[in-house]
Ligand binder design. Structure first.
Ligand code: BV8
Ligand code: ZN
Length: 251
């Protein structure tokens, strides 16, 4: 059976669906994927060295400037038909959990009720010392080429405010990971979209679903390490493929 029709059939029959997303689903909104979120000022770094507590400790202005540039970029773009198709799955399938590795708010803005953010969010800064939530800085417009910005001071202890994301070497939020594991272990279908499947423990989620007997459908223009566990591999862009699968599953 043609791949798209096979994916649509699996989704239409599923009682419990997990949609697992990575940076690729936001690419067509104009949000650079994690690998290429390094332009201008940050070009000479690789994401894994910049997205760390050490980098923030060594150069808080450089790291805070990168995240503020990314946050403004997200604020200035819109969800794409891929995000909207994910919200449509939630409306059609009896039970759907959206688990994202992304730190943008595009799933929320497309209508997804409560996406689980395994790696935190650009929109939840907090004090790096006492953890107190910090207000989002008033937007002085996108630092287009990006620039170093001194992080704000915590209103409670004056410590430097940090982005509300999970850095390499940091543990994921316990409740988010627990929700994701529970959803993956109990679903019939896991739809993985736009992730390289390289970063752990998040990358364990689709593999756990497959081990628990779920059918994994992958949407990605490139092959990824998840290919072998996918029942159906749809090689294409999320904003094109996802609406087509949803239209075929729920005509
Ligand atoms: C942890 C938030 C332990 C920040 C992110 C050595 C030292 C320390 C840790 C490790 C180590 N070695 C390994 C580890 C573990 C490490 C890890 O997995 N490293 C990897 C690189 C080997 N993991 C961690 O450190 C994690 N924590 O292990 O803690 C611990 C435990 C207890 C107590 C203390 C500590 C934390 C990992 C979280 C890191 N934070 N994000 C930020 O955003 O700045 S990860 C970040 O990269 C993203 O969030 C995402 O999850 C990840 C990968 O990005 P993807 O989403 O997959 O995007 P990518 O660019 O890779 O790929 C895009 C895909 O989309 C591609 O496949 C492309 O083909 C596709 N695509 C493109 N266009 C489209 C498309 N698809 C569809 N449509 C399109 N149009
Ligand atoms: Zn504080």
């Amino acid at each position: 059976m043609e791949h798209l029709a096979q994916a649509a059939k699996l989704l239409a029959q599923a009682q419990r669906v997990v949609v697992f997303t990575g940076a690729g689903i936001s690419a067509e909104s104009g949000v650079p994927t994690f690998r290429d979120a390094l332009t201008g000022l940050w070009e000479r770094f690789d994401a894994q060295s910049l997205a760390t507590p050490q980098a923030f400790q060594d150069d808080p202005d450089l790291v805070w400037g990168w995240y503020e540039w990314r946050r403004h970029r997200v604020t200035s773009v819109r969800p794409n038909p891929g995000h909207e198709a994910v919200a449509a799955v939630e409306r059609h399938a009896p039970h759907t959990a959206v688990i994202t590795q992304n730190v943008d708010d595009l799933h929320e803005r497309a209508g997804s009720a409560q996406p689980v953010h395994l790696h935190g969010s650009l929109f939840a800064p907090r004090c790096s010392l006492c953890g107190f939530p910090a207000p989002l800085p008033a937007s002085e417009g996108e630092p287009d080429d990006g620039r170093r910005l001194p992080p704000p001071a915590c209103t409670r202890c004056s410590g430097p405010v940090r982005p509300g994301v999970v850095w390499f070497g940091e543990a994921l939020p316990e409740s988010a990971l627990e929700d994701a594991v529970r959803a993956a272990a109990g679903c019939d279908v896991l739809l993985t979209v736009g992730t390289s499947g390289l970063v752990y423990p998040a990358a364990e989620i689709p593999r756990l679903a497959a081990r628990s007997g779920a059918a994994v459908i992958q949407v990605n223009p490139q092959p990824t390490p998840l290919d072998p566990i996918a029942r159906v591999n749809l090689h294409g862009a999320a904003a094109t493929v996802l609406p087509a699968v949803v239209a075929a599953a729920w005509p």
